[in-house]
Design a protein around this ligand. Sequence first.
Ligand SMILES: CC(C)(COP(=O)(O)OP(=O)(O)OC[C@H]1O[C@@H](n2cnc3c(N)ncnc32)[C@H](O)[C@@H]1OP(=O)(O)O)[C@@H](O)C(=O)NCCC(=O)NCCS
Length: 175
Amino acid sequence: MTASVAIRPGVFDDRAGIEALYPDAFPDEDLLPVVRQLLDMRSGVLSLVAVDGEAIVGHVIFTDCGLSDADARLALLGPLGVVSARHGKGIGSALVREGHERLRQAGITHVFVLGDPAYYGRFGFAAETGVAPPFELPVSWRDAWQSLALDNAAKPPRGTLSVPEPWNDRALWAP
Ligand SMILES: CC(C)(COP(=O)(O)OP(=O)(O)OC[C@H]1O[C@@H](n2cnc3c(N)ncnc32)[C@H](O)[C@@H]1OP(=O)(O)O)[C@@H](O)C(=O)NCCC(=O)NCCS
């Protein structure tokens, strides 16, 4: 990552910069509705921005989750986006790693993601089979459902991931 980029928690004034980033990073997908709903949540959301001076060049959200039938301190990673002009410079990796460190300190034991294993594998994410996503995934997406243990001493969770309302939308879990 370039030395001029810093990672910090997002604040209210970052909203316009965050909202400008997503159509650029995801030209074929409209993630703004879910991003806005997540940022409107009063708690249970970790929003981190990558900033270069005044410019927001990357953003990630981690959302607190649980299990449908047991106590667990889990999180869902997503969305993650970096402005297209700055891809491949380590910004996405820095956002993910900073998020994991903050979640670990907060007592979250496992992080889940629905994403490309070729990318998330570099952080240690591996295919998840013990915890089901909130909606059944199409067969072609099953490899994309992954998790990472932040606390290796924690018992592996089993069950179905329980997500807050913005993620409780089947359309977000299917092509
Ligand atoms: C995916 C994304 C967040 C990565 O951020 P980034 O800052 O470009 O990534 P980093 O610089 O940390 O890592 C770059 C590495 O990841 C690889 N990479 C990026 N996207 C990848 C993908 N979808 N699959 C496999 N590898 C990927 C790059 O080839 C590069 O590899 P290298 O280190 O071997 O050269 C960014 O490319 C992006 O915003 N893409 C569009 C939105 C998106 O797809 N988000 C992820 C949703 S699951």
